[in-house]
Design a protein around this ligand. Structure first.
Ligand code: FES
Ligand SMILES: [Fe+2]
Length: 452
């Protein structure tokens, strides 16, 4: 259990909050690249408790500037894209992507007013199908060379969705290996050949066993947590019998991401990005190590649940997430349908806007969450002291962060420690794009990587 003060420290992300300062040391997903396509590439963006407007000017440059017009505060998200920037619809003041005021057309000709006006503006880059913004001071960090940023555009697909709760409880479901055996339990296994684009619906690598069966029947995983240069590695073990053990390797990517296997061919890199203290977007990049991603299908699958323009879920607390007591009695653990995103959404939103951690009771299965919170507090203190927190890297250091390895498979009960690395290395070596084997892993399975 923690005090209210401790809970506030690790959840609140406004500009004056210590954790807000930490978050501002990193690039943050601000929108999908898709959102700034189309006839009118202007989107309001609320990020870390602040309001901005994101736009693409006539030359294709991205800008993120404060949303309230510096003249008399009207909303720039209703502005006009013209004249080399974004023009306020109230009196026509015009701003470029750097926040420079270019025109104040109602002022007398030759007025110098413009020269003294500067709207706050932030750098924006497109990477992996996401537009990233840097809200911090000084030089932004470099992007690590992890798979989702290394794979070609054909092999990645990005999407997002809104959770109406604080970012931390949303992240914590991603570093909780035990919940999948309960929250995502299906009483019967589906035909695994229809698993494309869905999590936990295929077979575990090295077996014919559907993941749904593994999760359902082996519900007390042993969880190992290791500290890495990018955050944490979680290894969840489910012993099937004396010979065979199910191994699932996932990662916490500091500060608010995780990297997990989706299927034998794809991983999910997902960030829980604070809109403000009480809402967050998950942004995910799906990365394929085999065929190009079927983006049309992936998008269609996800648009069944999420509604544009704000990527809000059709199933939510206003309609009890589609809860059906008969289904709960006969086919799923939650009674909320087959889409596991809905299960996770219910779990994290039902805790309340900001989970009251003064009332929680953690167990052994919450091990990774406990370690993560410790790490978070440590890095908040670093940011407070003006030091670079974990994974806020310069270009040379960022090049050394590769992978990270993920896998879900059934291997030997004796020797699982290297088995999972072998599975990951083989997948990388068979990939049609250069998926680097992280140095730390290469050193541990030299018989597979010696040829490199
Ligand atoms: S309020 Fe924007 S131009 Fe006047
Ligand atoms: Fe989940």
């Amino acid at each position: 259990m923690m005090s209210q003060e401790q809970n506030d420290l690790i959840t609140r992300v406004g500009p004056a909050a210590p954790c807000g300062k930490l978050m501002r040391a990193y690039w943050q997903p601000a929108a999908l690249v898709d959102e700034l396509e189309g006839d009118r590439p202007i989107r309001p963006v609320r990020l870390l408790g602040e309001d901005f407007v994101l736009f693409k000017d006539e030359q294709g440059r991205y800008g993120l500037i404060d949303r309230d017009c510096p003249h008399r505060g009207a909303d720039l998200a209703f502005g006009r894209l013209e004249g080399g920037g974004l023009r306020c619809a109230f009196h026509g003041w015009l701003f470029d992507v750097e926040g420079k005021c270019l025109e104040t057309p109602a002022e007398p000709a030759g007025s110098p007013l413009c020269a003294n006006i500067k709207q706050r503006a932030f750098p924006v880059v497109a990477k992996g199908g996401i537009l990233w913004a840097y809200l911090g001071a000084g030089e932004p960090p470099a992007f690590p060379e992890i798979d989702c940023f290394t794979a070609p555009d054909t092999h990645v697909f990005a999407f997002k969705g809104l959770f109406e709760c604080n970012w931390l409880q949303a992240l914590e479901v991603g570093i909780d290996p035990a919940h999948a055996s309960f929250l995502h339990r299906f009483f019967e296994d589906e035909d695994t050949s229809h698993a494309y684009g869905k999590q936990f619906r295929g077979v575990s690598a090295g077996s014919e066993m559907p993941m749904t069966k593994v999760l359902r029947e082996y519900d007390r995983p042993i969880i190992n947590v290791e500290h890495t240069e990018y955050g944490l590695r979680l290894i969840a073990l489910r012993q099937i019998d004396d010979e065979r053990t199910h191994v699932r390797v996932t990662n916490q990517l500091f500060p608010h991401g995780f990297v997990i296997p989706m299927s034998t061919e794809m991983t999910i890199t997902q960030w829980h990005v604070p809109v403000d203290d009480e809402n967050c977007y998950w942004y995910a990049i799906f990365t394929s190590y085999t065929q190009p991603v079927d983006k049309v299908k992936m998008r269609e699958q996800r648009l069944e649940l999420y509604e544009l323009p704000d990527y809000t879920s059709r199933k939510n607390k206003r309609n009890d997430y589609g809860f059906d007591p008969h289904e709960q009695a006969t086919s799923t653990y939650t009674g909320m349908g087959a889409d596991i995103n809905v299960h996770d959404q219910w779990a994290v939103e039902s805790m309340g806007k900001i989970q009251d951690r003064t009332r929680e009771h953690l167990g052994q299965s919450d091990k990774a969450i406990i370690q993560y919170r410790r790490l978070l507090r440590q890095e908040i203190a670093k940011a407070e002291a003006g030091q670079r927190p974990l994974l806020a890297l310069d270009a040379a250091a960022a090049r050394g962060i590769q992978g990270p390895a993920t896998m879900d498979g059934i291997g030997p009960s004796r020797g699982w420690e290297t088995y999972w690395m072998e599975v990951d290395v083989k997948r990388r070596r068979g990939a049609p794009w250069a998926a680097p084997v992280p140095a730390e892993i290469a050193a541990k399975v030299p018989h597979l990587t010696a040829a490199e």
